[in-house]
Design a binder for this molecule. Structure first.
Ligand SMILES: Cc1ncc(COP(=O)(O)O)c(C=O)c1O
Length: 380
Protein backbone atom coordinates (compact mmCIF):
# COMPACT_ATOMS: atom_id res chain seq x y z
CA UNK A 1 0.00 0.00 0.00
CA UNK A 2 2.77 2.44 0.94
CA UNK A 3 6.46 2.57 0.07
CA UNK A 4 8.22 0.83 2.99
CA UNK A 5 11.23 3.14 2.54
CA UNK A 6 9.21 5.85 4.24
CA UNK A 7 9.93 3.97 7.48
CA UNK A 8 13.33 3.94 9.11
CA UNK A 9 13.35 0.12 9.21
CA UNK A 10 16.28 -1.95 7.95
CA UNK A 11 15.19 -3.17 4.47
CA UNK A 12 17.31 -6.31 4.92
CA UNK A 13 14.92 -7.55 7.61
CA UNK A 14 11.47 -9.00 6.88
CA UNK A 15 9.81 -7.10 9.66
CA UNK A 16 6.63 -8.80 10.86
CA UNK A 17 6.74 -7.39 14.38
CA UNK A 18 5.22 -3.94 14.27
CA UNK A 19 3.24 -4.95 17.35
CA UNK A 20 6.05 -4.94 19.89
CA UNK A 21 7.46 -1.42 19.58
CA UNK A 22 5.87 0.02 16.43
CA UNK A 23 8.09 1.69 13.83
CA UNK A 24 8.46 5.29 12.79
CA UNK A 25 8.63 7.08 9.46
CA UNK A 26 11.73 9.05 8.51
CA UNK A 27 9.62 12.22 8.29
CA UNK A 28 8.38 11.84 11.82
CA UNK A 29 11.83 11.15 13.22
CA UNK A 30 13.12 14.28 11.45
CA UNK A 31 10.30 16.29 13.00
CA UNK A 32 11.14 14.94 16.44
CA UNK A 33 14.83 15.82 15.95
CA UNK A 34 13.85 19.38 15.00
CA UNK A 35 12.02 19.67 18.30
CA UNK A 36 14.93 18.19 20.22
CA UNK A 37 17.27 20.73 18.58
CA UNK A 38 14.94 23.59 19.39
CA UNK A 39 14.66 22.54 23.03
CA UNK A 40 18.44 22.13 23.31
CA UNK A 41 19.01 25.66 22.00
CA UNK A 42 17.14 27.27 24.86
CA UNK A 43 16.05 24.60 27.36
CA UNK A 44 14.74 27.09 29.89
CA UNK A 45 12.48 28.81 27.42
CA UNK A 46 11.24 25.70 25.62
CA UNK A 47 11.11 23.13 28.39
CA UNK A 48 10.78 25.37 31.42
CA UNK A 49 8.36 28.02 30.22
CA UNK A 50 6.56 26.66 27.16
CA UNK A 51 6.20 22.91 27.59
CA UNK A 52 2.47 23.04 28.34
CA UNK A 53 1.83 25.20 25.30
CA UNK A 54 3.76 22.69 23.13
CA UNK A 55 1.91 19.66 24.48
CA UNK A 56 -1.57 21.11 24.01
CA UNK A 57 -1.92 20.43 20.24
CA UNK A 58 -0.95 16.77 20.73
CA UNK A 59 -3.34 16.35 23.63
CA UNK A 60 -6.18 17.84 21.60
CA UNK A 61 -5.42 15.73 18.53
CA UNK A 62 -4.97 12.47 20.44
CA UNK A 63 -8.12 13.10 22.50
CA UNK A 64 -10.14 13.74 19.37
CA UNK A 65 -8.65 10.62 17.70
CA UNK A 66 -9.74 8.51 20.69
CA UNK A 67 -13.13 10.17 21.17
CA UNK A 68 -12.04 11.47 24.55
CA UNK A 69 -12.28 14.69 26.44
CA UNK A 70 -8.77 16.25 26.43
CA UNK A 71 -8.90 17.36 30.06
CA UNK A 72 -8.68 13.70 31.12
CA UNK A 73 -5.80 12.79 28.85
CA UNK A 74 -2.27 12.69 30.25
CA UNK A 75 0.92 11.69 28.45
CA UNK A 76 2.97 8.84 29.91
CA UNK A 77 5.95 6.93 28.61
CA UNK A 78 4.27 3.61 27.95
CA UNK A 79 1.07 1.70 28.57
CA UNK A 80 2.55 -0.16 31.53
CA UNK A 81 3.19 3.18 33.22
CA UNK A 82 -0.41 4.22 32.54
CA UNK A 83 -1.74 0.98 34.02
CA UNK A 84 0.45 1.48 37.10
CA UNK A 85 -0.81 5.04 37.62
CA UNK A 86 -4.45 3.96 37.26
CA UNK A 87 -4.02 1.08 39.72
CA UNK A 88 -2.33 3.36 42.25
CA UNK A 89 -5.41 5.59 42.26
CA UNK A 90 -7.65 2.90 43.74
CA UNK A 91 -7.79 2.66 47.54
CA UNK A 92 -7.90 -1.14 47.63
CA UNK A 93 -8.95 -2.86 50.81
CA UNK A 94 -7.70 -6.24 51.91
CA UNK A 95 -9.92 -8.90 50.34
CA UNK A 96 -10.86 -6.81 47.28
CA UNK A 97 -10.65 -8.78 44.08
CA UNK A 98 -9.16 -7.68 40.77
CA UNK A 99 -10.33 -9.62 37.75
CA UNK A 100 -8.33 -9.99 34.57
CA UNK A 101 -7.81 -12.87 32.14
CA UNK A 102 -5.14 -15.46 31.51
CA UNK A 103 -4.27 -13.42 28.39
CA UNK A 104 -3.06 -10.42 30.45
CA UNK A 105 0.25 -8.83 29.46
CA UNK A 106 3.02 -10.20 31.63
CA UNK A 107 4.30 -6.80 32.84
CA UNK A 108 0.76 -5.99 33.97
CA UNK A 109 0.48 -9.42 35.62
CA UNK A 110 3.62 -8.56 37.59
CA UNK A 111 2.13 -5.18 38.55
CA UNK A 112 -0.94 -6.98 39.92
CA UNK A 113 1.28 -9.46 41.73
CA UNK A 114 3.03 -6.62 43.50
CA UNK A 115 -0.31 -5.00 44.34
CA UNK A 116 -1.50 -8.29 45.82
CA UNK A 117 1.56 -8.44 48.07
CA UNK A 118 1.30 -4.80 49.12
CA UNK A 119 -2.46 -4.40 49.47
CA UNK A 120 -3.74 -7.88 50.26
CA UNK A 121 -6.00 -8.00 47.21
CA UNK A 122 -6.89 -11.18 45.39
CA UNK A 123 -6.08 -11.32 41.68
CA UNK A 124 -8.11 -13.67 39.53
CA UNK A 125 -6.97 -14.48 36.01
CA UNK A 126 -10.14 -15.81 34.43
CA UNK A 127 -9.30 -18.57 31.95
CA UNK A 128 -10.46 -17.72 28.44
CA UNK A 129 -9.66 -20.97 26.69
CA UNK A 130 -8.33 -21.26 23.16
CA UNK A 131 -9.62 -21.66 20.55
CA UNK A 132 -12.21 -18.91 21.00
CA UNK A 133 -15.37 -19.28 18.92
CA UNK A 134 -16.78 -15.78 19.33
CA UNK A 135 -17.14 -12.73 21.56
CA UNK A 136 -20.09 -14.35 23.36
CA UNK A 137 -17.85 -17.05 24.79
CA UNK A 138 -15.42 -14.42 26.14
CA UNK A 139 -18.25 -12.50 27.82
CA UNK A 140 -19.67 -15.76 29.21
CA UNK A 141 -16.31 -16.64 30.79
CA UNK A 142 -15.70 -13.25 32.43
CA UNK A 143 -19.19 -12.00 33.38
CA UNK A 144 -19.72 -14.42 36.32
CA UNK A 145 -16.69 -12.84 38.02
CA UNK A 146 -18.14 -9.34 37.83
CA UNK A 147 -19.76 -9.53 41.26
CA UNK A 148 -18.63 -8.72 44.82
CA UNK A 149 -15.91 -8.73 46.06
CA UNK A 150 -14.55 -7.75 42.64
CA UNK A 151 -13.39 -4.15 42.88
CA UNK A 152 -11.77 -3.72 39.49
CA UNK A 153 -11.85 -5.30 36.04
CA UNK A 154 -8.58 -4.97 34.14
CA UNK A 155 -9.18 -6.03 30.57
CA UNK A 156 -6.95 -5.85 27.48
CA UNK A 157 -8.48 -4.29 24.39
CA UNK A 158 -6.24 -6.48 22.22
CA UNK A 159 -4.29 -9.19 24.02
CA UNK A 160 -0.56 -9.45 23.58
CA UNK A 161 0.39 -13.17 23.45
CA UNK A 162 -2.79 -14.36 21.78
CA UNK A 163 -3.76 -11.29 19.70
CA UNK A 164 -7.44 -11.49 20.62
CA UNK A 165 -9.65 -8.46 20.28
CA UNK A 166 -11.61 -8.49 23.53
CA UNK A 167 -15.27 -7.34 23.56
CA UNK A 168 -14.55 -4.50 26.00
CA UNK A 169 -17.62 -2.60 24.81
CA UNK A 170 -19.73 -5.44 26.25
CA UNK A 171 -17.70 -6.11 29.39
CA UNK A 172 -17.34 -2.53 30.62
CA UNK A 173 -21.14 -1.96 30.93
CA UNK A 174 -21.56 -5.23 32.86
CA UNK A 175 -18.84 -4.16 35.31
CA UNK A 176 -20.27 -0.64 35.57
CA UNK A 177 -23.73 -1.98 36.46
CA UNK A 178 -22.10 -3.99 39.26
CA UNK A 179 -20.22 -0.85 40.44
CA UNK A 180 -16.90 -2.39 39.53
CA UNK A 181 -14.16 -0.01 38.40
CA UNK A 182 -12.82 -0.62 34.89
CA UNK A 183 -9.29 -0.28 33.56
CA UNK A 184 -8.82 -1.06 29.87
CA UNK A 185 -5.31 -1.82 28.71
CA UNK A 186 -5.42 -0.50 25.18
CA UNK A 187 -1.68 -0.88 24.57
CA UNK A 188 -2.27 -2.01 20.97
CA UNK A 189 -5.53 -0.29 20.21
CA UNK A 190 -4.97 3.30 18.97
CA UNK A 191 -4.36 3.13 15.23
CA UNK A 192 -5.20 -0.60 15.11
CA UNK A 193 -8.90 -0.53 15.92
CA UNK A 194 -11.36 2.30 16.33
CA UNK A 195 -11.41 3.64 19.88
CA UNK A 196 -14.23 5.82 21.18
CA UNK A 197 -13.64 6.48 24.85
CA UNK A 198 -16.81 8.53 25.30
CA UNK A 199 -19.03 5.61 24.36
CA UNK A 200 -16.82 2.98 26.02
CA UNK A 201 -17.31 4.74 29.38
CA UNK A 202 -14.43 2.93 31.12
CA UNK A 203 -12.91 4.54 34.21
CA UNK A 204 -9.33 4.33 32.95
CA UNK A 205 -7.84 3.70 29.53
CA UNK A 206 -4.08 3.25 29.09
CA UNK A 207 -2.68 3.10 25.56
CA UNK A 208 0.46 3.34 23.48
CA UNK A 209 0.90 5.74 20.59
CA UNK A 210 4.35 4.32 19.78
CA UNK A 211 2.83 1.13 18.38
CA UNK A 212 0.08 1.58 15.77
CA UNK A 213 0.01 5.38 15.61
CA UNK A 214 3.75 5.32 14.85
CA UNK A 215 4.62 8.04 17.39
CA UNK A 216 8.14 8.19 18.86
CA UNK A 217 9.15 5.57 21.40
CA UNK A 218 8.00 6.57 24.87
CA UNK A 219 4.72 8.12 23.71
CA UNK A 220 1.62 6.79 25.43
CA UNK A 221 -1.44 8.05 27.26
CA UNK A 222 -3.61 7.48 30.27
CA UNK A 223 -7.17 8.74 29.95
CA UNK A 224 -9.33 8.89 33.03
CA UNK A 225 -13.06 9.41 33.39
CA UNK A 226 -14.21 12.54 35.29
CA UNK A 227 -15.87 10.38 37.97
CA UNK A 228 -12.44 9.12 39.17
CA UNK A 229 -10.11 11.75 37.73
CA UNK A 230 -9.38 13.74 40.88
CA UNK A 231 -7.68 10.76 42.49
CA UNK A 232 -5.48 9.79 39.52
CA UNK A 233 -1.92 11.12 39.49
CA UNK A 234 1.21 10.35 37.47
CA UNK A 235 3.53 7.75 38.98
CA UNK A 236 6.09 10.50 39.47
CA UNK A 237 4.84 13.09 41.94
CA UNK A 238 6.23 16.48 40.96
CA UNK A 239 5.72 20.22 41.38
CA UNK A 240 2.10 20.39 40.33
CA UNK A 241 0.62 17.69 42.54
CA UNK A 242 -3.02 18.48 43.24
CA UNK A 243 -3.23 21.24 40.62
CA UNK A 244 -5.30 19.34 38.08
CA UNK A 245 -4.98 16.27 35.89
CA UNK A 246 -3.28 17.66 32.79
CA UNK A 247 -1.14 20.11 34.78
CA UNK A 248 0.29 17.22 36.76
CA UNK A 249 0.79 14.95 33.76
CA UNK A 250 2.42 17.71 31.67
CA UNK A 251 5.25 18.01 34.16
CA UNK A 252 6.59 14.77 35.60
CA UNK A 253 10.13 16.09 36.14
CA UNK A 254 12.72 16.87 33.50
CA UNK A 255 12.44 14.56 30.51
CA UNK A 256 12.59 14.49 26.73
CA UNK A 257 9.05 15.46 25.73
CA UNK A 258 9.80 15.68 21.99
CA UNK A 259 7.90 12.42 21.33
CA UNK A 260 4.80 13.72 23.07
CA UNK A 261 5.02 17.03 21.18
CA UNK A 262 5.08 15.30 17.79
CA UNK A 263 2.29 12.81 18.57
CA UNK A 264 0.06 15.23 16.64
CA UNK A 265 2.38 14.90 13.64
CA UNK A 266 2.33 11.10 13.85
CA UNK A 267 -1.46 11.23 13.66
CA UNK A 268 -1.27 13.53 10.63
CA UNK A 269 1.46 11.48 8.97
CA UNK A 270 -0.48 8.21 8.61
CA UNK A 271 -3.72 10.18 8.72
CA UNK A 272 -2.93 11.38 5.20
CA UNK A 273 -3.70 7.83 4.05
CA UNK A 274 -6.96 8.00 6.02
CA UNK A 275 -7.04 6.25 9.40
CA UNK A 276 -10.10 4.20 8.44
CA UNK A 277 -8.24 2.98 5.36
CA UNK A 278 -5.09 2.20 7.34
CA UNK A 279 -7.02 0.18 9.93
CA UNK A 280 -9.07 -1.62 7.26
CA UNK A 281 -6.00 -2.44 5.18
CA UNK A 282 -4.03 -3.78 8.14
CA UNK A 283 -6.97 -5.80 9.42
CA UNK A 284 -7.58 -7.34 5.98
CA UNK A 285 -3.89 -8.21 5.59
CA UNK A 286 -3.71 -9.77 9.08
CA UNK A 287 -6.92 -11.73 8.45
CA UNK A 288 -5.64 -13.02 5.11
CA UNK A 289 -2.18 -13.93 6.50
CA UNK A 290 -3.74 -15.64 9.53
CA UNK A 291 -5.94 -17.85 7.30
CA UNK A 292 -3.10 -18.54 4.86
CA UNK A 293 -0.66 -19.62 7.60
CA UNK A 294 -3.27 -21.75 9.36
CA UNK A 295 -3.95 -23.52 6.08
CA UNK A 296 -0.32 -24.02 5.08
CA UNK A 297 0.72 -25.32 8.49
CA UNK A 298 -2.45 -27.30 9.14
CA UNK A 299 -2.90 -25.41 12.44
CA UNK A 300 -6.08 -25.06 14.44
CA UNK A 301 -7.13 -21.39 14.26
CA UNK A 302 -7.35 -19.86 17.74
CA UNK A 303 -9.88 -17.24 16.62
CA UNK A 304 -12.42 -17.28 13.74
CA UNK A 305 -10.94 -17.20 10.25
CA UNK A 306 -13.23 -14.31 9.31
CA UNK A 307 -11.04 -12.08 11.48
CA UNK A 308 -13.94 -11.05 13.72
CA UNK A 309 -11.74 -11.29 16.84
CA UNK A 310 -8.63 -9.80 15.23
CA UNK A 311 -7.22 -6.34 14.83
CA UNK A 312 -3.98 -6.26 12.86
CA UNK A 313 -2.03 -8.87 14.82
CA UNK A 314 -2.72 -12.63 14.87
CA UNK A 315 -1.17 -15.56 16.72
CA UNK A 316 -0.85 -18.79 14.78
CA UNK A 317 0.03 -22.08 16.41
CA UNK A 318 3.28 -23.54 15.08
CA UNK A 319 3.35 -26.96 13.46
CA UNK A 320 4.31 -29.42 16.20
CA UNK A 321 7.47 -30.56 14.40
CA UNK A 322 8.82 -26.98 14.56
CA UNK A 323 7.42 -26.21 18.00
CA UNK A 324 9.23 -29.28 19.42
CA UNK A 325 12.55 -28.65 17.68
CA UNK A 326 13.58 -25.87 20.06
CA UNK A 327 13.87 -26.04 23.79
CA UNK A 328 12.71 -22.45 24.12
CA UNK A 329 10.72 -20.16 21.81
CA UNK A 330 13.36 -17.43 21.87
CA UNK A 331 15.70 -19.92 20.15
CA UNK A 332 13.20 -20.30 17.33
CA UNK A 333 12.83 -16.52 17.13
CA UNK A 334 16.63 -16.11 16.91
CA UNK A 335 16.85 -18.82 14.27
CA UNK A 336 14.15 -17.19 12.09
CA UNK A 337 16.13 -13.96 12.16
CA UNK A 338 19.58 -15.47 11.68
CA UNK A 339 18.67 -17.97 8.96
CA UNK A 340 15.76 -16.30 7.21
CA UNK A 341 16.04 -12.60 8.07
CA UNK A 342 12.53 -12.63 9.56
CA UNK A 343 11.79 -10.65 12.73
CA UNK A 344 8.71 -12.09 14.41
CA UNK A 345 7.81 -12.84 18.04
CA UNK A 346 7.61 -16.52 18.97
CA UNK A 347 5.42 -17.00 22.01
CA UNK A 348 4.68 -19.76 24.48
CA UNK A 349 1.24 -19.48 26.06
CA UNK A 350 -1.07 -21.99 27.72
CA UNK A 351 1.14 -24.93 26.70
CA UNK A 352 1.05 -23.93 23.01
CA UNK A 353 3.65 -22.25 20.83
CA UNK A 354 2.78 -19.46 18.43
CA UNK A 355 4.19 -16.90 16.08
CA UNK A 356 2.46 -13.54 16.25
CA UNK A 357 2.22 -11.73 12.93
CA UNK A 358 1.69 -7.99 12.61
CA UNK A 359 0.26 -6.29 9.54
CA UNK A 360 1.16 -2.67 8.87
CA UNK A 361 0.85 -0.62 5.70
CA UNK A 362 4.51 -1.26 4.81
CA UNK A 363 4.03 -5.07 4.91
CA UNK A 364 3.36 -7.19 1.80
CA UNK A 365 1.64 -10.59 1.38
CA UNK A 366 4.91 -12.11 0.08
CA UNK A 367 6.50 -11.52 3.49
CA UNK A 368 4.01 -13.84 5.18
CA UNK A 369 4.49 -16.42 2.43
CA UNK A 370 8.21 -16.25 3.14
CA UNK A 371 7.44 -16.91 6.82
CA UNK A 372 5.23 -19.85 5.87
CA UNK A 373 8.04 -21.41 3.82
CA UNK A 374 10.69 -20.70 6.47
CA UNK A 375 8.68 -22.52 9.13
CA UNK A 376 7.94 -25.39 6.70
CA UNK A 377 11.66 -25.73 5.97
CA UNK A 378 12.33 -26.06 9.72
CA UNK A 379 9.84 -28.89 10.06
CA UNK A 380 11.90 -31.26 7.90
C1 LIG B 1 -1.74 -5.74 26.24
C2 LIG B 1 -0.45 -5.01 26.48
N1 LIG B 1 -0.31 -4.28 27.59
C3 LIG B 1 0.81 -3.58 27.85
C4 LIG B 1 1.86 -3.58 26.96
C5 LIG B 1 3.07 -2.82 27.33
O1 LIG B 1 3.41 -1.83 26.47
P1 LIG B 1 4.60 -0.92 26.95
O2 LIG B 1 5.84 -1.77 26.95
O3 LIG B 1 4.68 0.15 25.91
O4 LIG B 1 4.28 -0.44 28.30
C6 LIG B 1 1.78 -4.32 25.79
C7 LIG B 1 2.89 -4.34 24.84
O5 LIG B 1 2.95 -5.09 23.90
C8 LIG B 1 0.59 -5.05 25.54
O6 LIG B 1 0.46 -5.79 24.44
Amino acid sequence: MVDPRRWHLDPAVTFLNHGSFGARTRDLLARQRTWQDRIEQQPIEHLGRRVREYLAPSREAVASFLGADPSGLGFVTNATEGVNAALRSVAFRRGDRVVTTTHVYHAVRQTLRRLAVESGIEVVEVPVELPIADADSIVAAIAPWLVAPTRLLLIDHVTSPTAVRMPVERLVPIARRARIETLVDGAHAPGMIEVDLASLDADHYAANLHKWVGAPLGTAILWTHPRVRSRVHPNVTSHFYGEGFTTEFDWQGTRDVSGWIVAVDALKDLGRLGWDQVRAHNHALATWAHAMLVERWGSTPMTPLDGSLLGSIASIELPSAVARRFERVDQLQASLLAEHGIEIPCIEWGGRRFVRISAMVYNRPAQYEKLASAIESMAG
